[in-house]
Write a protein of this length. Sequence first.
Length: 126
Amino acid sequence: MLGNNTVYKTIILTLAITSSLSGASLGSLLFHGNCITCHEETKAVSAPSVLEFREHYLRAFPKKKDFVNYMSAWVEHPDAQKSIMLDAIKKYELMPELGFEKSTLEIIAEYIYETDFTKEHEGHKD
């Protein structure tokens, strides 16, 4: 049986190959294949919208490295004590641990940092 680490690496490799063929970045594929399930781009339904949490993170961490490090660490192990969005936790509850590797979360966080979700962007669907 394959270990979780091997499975995740296989998924990432598959996505990387797919992204090369389709022109979409790995970050876009990972984000739109996973995060969008709960975090819609422009409206909050079951969790804060991407616009909302991206704005909070950009204010707190304007430098890309800091943004990516904090967001990926927090999503890897969500902790209300370390949250910069306590109102969102009160409204939607604490985000569950998802089991992604930190390196995968860093790719997603980089995509979120670099993407203006108010405009049409890679992976965007109407």
